[in-house]
Design a protein around this ligand. Sequence first.
Ligand code: NOJ
Length: 735
Amino acid sequence: MKKIQAITAVFLFVAISGWSQNVTEGINIDSLLNEMSLIEKIGQLTLITSDWDITGPSLSNDYKELIKAGKAGAVFNAYTVDFVRELQKTAVEETRLKIPLLFGYDVIHGHRTIFPIPLGQAASWNLDLIRRSESVAASEATAEGINWIFAPMVDISRDPRWGRVSEGGGEDTWLTSKIGATRVNGFQGEDLSSNSTALACVKHFAAYGAPEAGREYNTVDISTTSLFESYLPPYKAGIDAGTGSVMTSFNEINGQPSTSNKWLLTDLLRDQWDFKGFVVSDYTSINELVNHGVAEDEKSAALLSLNAGVDMDMQGRAFLNNLEMLIAGDKISMQQIDQAVRRILIAKAKLGLFDDPYRYCNKKREKTAIMTKDNRILARKLVRESCVLLKNENNTLPIPDNVKSIAIIGPLGDSKKDMLGNWIAAGEWDKCITLKEGMVNRAGDLIKVTYNRGCGIDDANTSGFEEALKAARNADMVILALGEAGEMSGEAASRTNIDLPGVQNQLATMVMEAGKPTVAVLFNGRPLAISQLQASVPAILETWFGGTEAGNGIADVLFGDYNPAGKLTMTFPQNLGQVPIYYNHKNTGRPLDPERPDFKYLSKYIDSPNDPLYPFGYGLSYTTFKYDDLSANVEGGQIQISVNVANTGNRDGEEVVQLYVQDKIGSITRPVKELKGFQKLMIKKGESKTVQFTLTKDDLAFYHPDLTKSFEPGEFVVYVGGNSVETIQKLVLFD
Ligand code: NOJ
């Protein structure tokens, strides 16, 4: 134990010095580096999975031996105090230099208390709530030994076929940047060495969200201006927020896979963006350079990725198997290895692991910090705020007081497992509240609640239809629980059909024959093309996968205990043929012309409108809001915007007031509209509020083909409204 104490003393200063890189860490780390053998150094660059969870291919079971041999610097998919302590003990008691391990995990929307999927959280437009949910996630994860979280995913995506849209903030660059930075702050907190905060990992660098045809792991091919303007800013925002690590993406950019892309990982990330943390490859993505066809074998893949700027190899063992040989052959230098090792040791020091390698193995915290009442209350709050009311004809919702019986019908109505969605971390499905349970909890003895499955999520069996119709006929109101299975989104879950799976549309049409007020409650991890459902039912509530408190939070909304205010952060198409579809598209040379609806030679389809089913920013409330008195004036070198928002309905409600801007004429084409700000505020019935925004030249600057970013003076249209389509506008000259 002597060694660890010596190292502890040396590193204490680093551990409490925050993220500043100007501390004297070099000397301290260098003294440890001097003592390390080459293989011990390579071990620090090696991340291996335990056999507790499977999040990718090529699982092997020798992780304990590797740790003992000092050939692993980090482990993922291992949690609970006992298990982490056991592995950490091996590292700090049985290896020569006693260097503690990092423990990573995909804590994507909560650890044990599961919050709504990130796409759902984004629909809350409540940054404070998102930050608090991530600090709960970090607090629970660290109570079970985790000190490194593989999130946030900040990949911009415009293609709902891609299953991983569920893990991100949606299609908008500005909003996803804000959310990404918020998540980093939530995980890392103010003090990384606290035992309830963890290292964040911004992923997947870069442009992983733009795979061709929405197919997982597919090729990405985007223009450089689009890359800089639309895809890169959220990663940069995460870095500016202080993320300790960045994960590479599986895809290529301009023919170069990210894991071997020196321009991306060194020139941009290190030299231009000044990132000081460490870069980890995604799962076996170093080895996959061979399949990409840029490396002839694992050895050259290891060479390419280390040279590009990868510091740690996730699960592929390409570094472990090859870096010694590459050093011996003078292909790489010891300086390169030392640089990568230093970055990882610094992260460990900042987490306080040299001070106390078991600081995240606190039995008491494991018992008291997990699934607490407060954590569940926060989760329920986020469920409510994530819900988006898509349709509400004849005020079908909230459930009227005279309703005395409710028939819940549909395959998602009582499925605990599906409530967690994908990436469930250590979430426990048996602790989830389903829609049926939430409704029963709220209804008590006053309202009879029945449940019929009706059909499976994705099969052709209609034998339950008759019973379902009978139940609908016997009830005052029907709630259809429809959507996708939890595992139909997330990694490796791309779909070529994004309508409701199986026979769920038929179930909905059939149940409508009962003639009862009917609400469809949707559970899904991506925008769905639900034109048929939209045409057949009077009310639709999007609830995503709400996690542990799903049913309770949804019941709050259905009964009107909470007035929904969620707004979509990804466009819902009318049909799959419209994909990719997003609100901030370009105008084209032949945009639609309302004056000539029948003119053929315009940018449109002959068999579908261009309009989405529900646009970005869209979501209804049980009350209504009216926007007027918009002013936009240039004062003191800024655009000062003011708008009046009135609650014109008969309920108090929150509204997400959205600010969009169009740069009318540019030296290159500009989007028809871009989100530049929002405010979520409560407005009581009959009241109105004045909302103000300020725009600077920096806010309106954009990337040019030579990759300089600058503002171009001229005319701008300022739009304000409750979604990206229904807005009021003002023209302003800003020069
Ligand atoms: C592959 C995924 O792309 C990444 O997001 C995840 O963190 C790793 N597997 C580890 O599970």
